[in-house]
Design a protein around this ligand. Sequence first.
Ligand code: SF4
Length: 221
Amino acid sequence: MKEPKCAQCPQKYCYQGITDENKLPDFCPMIHFKSLIQSVSEKYKDQKIHDFFVKSAVTEREAYDEHAARELGKSIPVRPRIREISEFAKKIKAAKVGMAFCIGLEEEAKRASAILESRGLKVCSAVCSCGAVDKTELGVPAEQKIRSPEHFEASCNPILQAEILNRLQTDFNIIVGLCIGHDMLFTKFCRAPVTTLVVKDRFTGHNPAITLYSRYHRDLV
Ligand code: SF4
């Protein structure tokens, strides 16, 4: 079996509704995962999944100018992701959302929290350094501290962030700039679903996509 490589697919036939195997590339998962495609579709019939999924789709549709999409076939966005999050939260009737943020994005987290609260959401937030645990206490060698090995350096504590939000029984959680790896641990330990508002990229001002489309930035990778 060839492993899927959708990223290399020249035509994205699935997007056009084309399933003729003679047209699909040999790495297409639609050739190799036929029974899985059927069984996965069943999962959307679960009532809770169904509601969550349909509300996601409606939020997606509302992100575009309706007239431009339906009359002109154009995809013109009408709102930023933070609005998307608050609109989705309203649809799923989320009463309380969690925010796990990096100390390096404290200003952004403060603003994001205020914006979401101004839109009617209750926001609980936990910073990465919560717990004030030195990195060495969690097993990081002292020489791997960013600054002086002899001095206290607060460890990121993504499991604590997740467990605090678990205890607060948040409806879903929002990542604001957690480090790579820490974001994965946070997600792994969260009981509620997790979405990302800001993905940390220190070098690009949290815009990692710029290394993919700007000729002035793509040689940095
Ligand atoms: S699912 Fe198949 S047709 Fe769709 S992008 Fe992947 S390889 Fe291409």
